[in-house]
Each structure stands twice: as C-alpha cells, then as structure tokens.
Design a protein around this ligand. Structure first.
Ligand SMILES: C[S@@+](CC[C@H](N)C(=O)[O-])C[C@H]1O[C@@H](n2cnc3c(N)ncnc32)[C@H](O)[C@@H]1O
Length: 219
C-alpha cells in the first residue's frame, strides 16, 4: 500500500481498497483535491433544519441536527471542476444550480399511501440526458436487503446510489462524495468498479463510513 496523500485540513485519512476516506471539513479540502476525481456524487445537507431526534420513536434520540443543515445549502463550490455532478436534495436549492433536464427521482414508497415524509427524493445531474425514476422501497423498517442497517439518519440505499453511479460514470472513474455521511456512495462506487474519495466532518459518521466501506459488501 502506498503512502497516504497529505491533504491540508484532514484530521484522519483511511485508505481501504479503492477508497480514500477523510475526516474533516470538505470546504477546506476541496481546493486540494482538484484533479483527483472524475465525478461528484453526493447527498449534502439540504438546508432544511432537519432534526433526526424529533419523529416519535426515532432511533436518533441523541442526534439533534445534521451539520450544515440549518442554513441554506450553496452548491457553488462543487460546480465547474468536473463535468459530472449529481446532488441529492437539489429541489431545496435548485435556484443556485444551472438548469438541467436530467434529474433522478427516487420513488421510495412505490404503491404505498403518502405519509408525512416525502414519497420521493430528487437528485439533480449536471450532464444532459432523460430524467430517470429509481424505485427502491425505503420506509421505516422496510429497507429491502438493508433491513436493520441504520447507520445514519439520512442514509440512502446502496441500490439507489449504484443506479446513479452506473448511469453517470464508467468503471475505473474516481467518485468524490464530499458529504459522505456513513459512506453509502463509497460502497456503491466500489461495488461497481469505481474508486472513491469521501469526506465527512462528524467523527461519528466518519467512523461508520470506515466500518461500512471496509466491509464493502452487504451493509
Ligand atoms: C445528508 S448526510 C449524507 C448521508 C449519506 N448519504 C449516507 O447514506 O449516510 C450529509 C452529511 O454531510 C456531513 N457534512 C456537513 N457539512 C460537511 C462539511 N463541510 N464537510 C464534510 N461533511 C459535512 C454531515 O455531517 C452529514 O453526515
């Protein structure tokens, strides 16, 4: 294994397989990562002030906030470095993004009745192409083959990230997720033959990402 790169602002760097996992603030590190990735695929804080501890029966009693989620999200620092950028939650900050007809619509409650949570989530894509629907059930304990795998309050299904990665990048590409949370994008990237660079500011979620990406396969 080669030496770990020096990245100013990184509190810890873990290399595992084809992934580089970095603990720290992506805003400090992005300028030092230019030319090290081919695409950004990310699920940033949306700027909606979500409190994971608030729904009744929440598993996240001690998690009052997602870092960065209290203020409007500005995607500008992520744009203009690589052609392919995919951003979840972009319906919350679309006014700060260029127009695109290519959105991924993740239908997370197919054929189920609406509840207080959203029926779907939207990801904006910088490259041109038809809008696509991804149908993966994700509601309460109903999580398909990820049942019981609650690592992060706003965790995405690996299958959703896999479909987006396969639609927008090619094998061998390096994907950057500057807001990696528990590392879901990284797992999907490695499973599809891509390389991965992930950054997470919160120690708790960084540690979760290290465990999950190391395991890499089923969770
Ligand atoms: C929506 S969550 C991502 C969840 C992820 N998709 C998953 O499946 O686990 C966004 C993450 O960005 C992290 N974050 C917020 N601001 C950050 C920053 N400046 N640098 C790095 N990570 C940050 C938060 O701590 C949070 O874990």
């Amino acid at each position: 294994m080669g030496r770990l790169p020096k990245i100013p602002g990184a509190k810890e760097i873990v290399r595992t397989g084809g992934a580089l996992l970095i603990h720290g603030d992506c805003m400090e590190m992005l300028p030092h990562l230019v030319d090290r990735y081919d695409a950004i695929i990310s699920d940033p804080p949306y700027g909606i002030g979500y409190n994971p501890s608030s729904p009744s029966g929440s598993k996240w009693k001690n998690v009052k906030r997602i870092v960065g989620d209290a203020e409007p999200f500005d995607p500008t620092p992520l744009l203009g470095h690589v052609k392919t950028v995919v951003l979840f939650g972009a319906n919350n900050y679309a006014n700060r993004l260029p127009n695109s007809r290519r959105w991924f619509v993740w239908d997370k409650r197919p054929s189920m009745k609406s509840m207080s949570f959203s029926d779907c989530e939207l990801a904006w894509c910088s490259t041109d192409g038809p809008a696509r629907m991804i149908r993966v059930v994700w509601s309460g304990a109903n999580r398909g083959d990820e049942r019981g795998q609650h690592w992060h309050p706003t965790q995405k299904p690996i299958e959703v990230m896999r479909q987006i990665i396969e639609a927008t990048t090619k094998p061998g590409d390096t994907i950057l997720d500057p807001y990696m949370g528990s590392g879901t994008t990284g797992i999907a990237a490695l499973r599809t033959g891509r390389k991965f660079v992930g950054i997470e500011i919160e120690r708790r979620w960084f540690n979760a990402a290290v465990v999950r990406v190391r395991r890499g396969t089923t969770t």
